[in-house]
Design a protein around this ligand. Structure first.
Ligand code: SF4
Ligand code: SF4
Ligand code: FES
Length: 355
């Protein structure tokens, strides 16, 4: 039996790892025997293998503190961070380490997760009301609520475990739990003025989630993904899209008429501003033909600079800028990205409006 100062390292306290080696052309597990050291995590064992047996073993890591989200892998079939998984959890077991299976393999333990970043770009970002005084003021309980979502380290373990993305490889139908967390962070921000219900119902595909909670179980930041993000977003989307009462209410009082719970605001120079507008909102003008337009800017006197939509089939042309008063607008459908001019969604809103 041999020992090393400060650690327990013995000839018979070694651990066996079966590590996936391969690339897009195929691969298989390779067996490695590594000395076990007290407090060792799987990432340590992988580093030992790199240093002593396989210099070309590819793995991604950065912080070794469970904060960068880089070292995601599947350990004995479960998506986990290698730097947060102790080897002594696996008494008398071989430790199987493989890449995340929901994403295309690059080499060994490294996968191509770039699809996630593309999805991220499609989500309209934080949009405070124009002219909102800074620094922003928020109630402590609102800050608390958003804080949970902001703990996400983008490890994509939740994306990896989600059966919609993993088993069915249906990335065209669902953004996945990580992006439900991001959308929840934005939607529940008290100063955000965007509505993402159309996106959730359409491309983001929140309806694809059947609330199995697998994502919640693997999240290393213990974010209650389904309970606190997906379920509230499903409710919000269902209310906005399917609830007939909400639809009538939307007609009577357009849903962009201010932040949640707020009353119509007095505009600059004492003019009453019946709706709250943000740049890129799609609005309908009262002028002849009741054209759709998008807001280019909100002027200091409360007037809007708009670009008027001309459509020839699905080909769009925006004409402007043209300055209109807020009272010249009959309806505000929300952000352009959300409404998606030319898409089924706007056609639905237009037909609703014409009923
Ligand atoms: S709860 Fe929904 S998002 Fe989470 S893993 Fe299941 S299907 Fe995917
Ligand atoms: S929600 Fe949790 S599991 Fe998903 S990417 Fe963020 S930290 Fe990772
Ligand atoms: S190395 Fe950063 S999370 Fe594991």
């Amino acid at each position: 039996m041999s020992t090393t100062a400060g650690t327990r390292k013995t000839a018979d306290s070694s651990i066996v790892l079966q590590v996936f080696r391969g690339d897009t052309s195929g691969g298989q597990e390779q067996r490695f025997e590594v000395p076990s050291i007290e407090g060792m995590v799987v990432l340590d064992a992988i580093h030992y293998i790199q240093a002593n047996f396989a210099n070309d073993l590819a793995c991604r890591w950065n912080c070794k503190a469970a904060k960068c989200g880089s070292c995601s892998a599947e350990i004995n079939g479960r998506p986990r961070l290698m730097c947060k998984t102790r080897v002594d959890e696996f008494v008398n077991q071989e430790i199987h380490v493989g890449p995340m299976r929901a994403f295309p393999l690059i080499k060994d333990l490294v996968t191509d997760v770039s699809w996630n970043y593309e999805v991220n770009k499609q989500i309209p970002g934080f949009t405070p009301p124009p002219n909102e005084p800074v620094p922003y003021r928020m109630l402590p309980e609102d800050t608390e609520r958003v804080y949970e979502y902001r703990k996400c380290i983008e490890c994509f373990l939740c994306q990896d475990v989600c059966h919609v993305l993993r088993n069915h490889d249906d990335k065209s139908q669902y953004y996945g739990p990580r992006y439900m967390v991001r959308i929840a962070a934005l939607e529940m921000h008290p100063l955000d003025t965007q509505r993402r219900s159309g996106l959730l119902h359409g491309k983001a595909g929140v309806g694809m989630c059947n609330i199995t909670k697998c994502c919640q179980e693997v999240c290393p930041e213990h974010i209650k993904i389904t309970d606190n993000a997906i379920i509230p977003l499903k409710e919000r989307m269902a209310t906005d899209v399917y609830d007939p009462v909400a639809r009538i209410a939307r007609k009577l009082r357009p849903r962009r008429a201010g932040a949640a719970g707020s009353e119509p605001q007095a505009g600059v120079a004492g003019a009453t501003n019946p709706q709250r507008f943000a740049v890129r909102d799609v609005v309908r003008l009262k002028t002849r033909g009741r054209r759709l337009a998008r807001v280019g800017s909100v002027l200091p006197d409360g007037k809007l600079e708009v670009w008027v939509l001309h459509m020839n089939g699905k080909v769009q042309h925006w004409d402007g800028p043209k300055v209109v008063r807020a009272s010249d607008v009959t309806n505000n459908y929300g952000p352009l990205d959300d409404v998606g001019i030319g898409a089924k969604l706007v056609e639905q809103y237009i037909s609703e409006d014409l009923e």
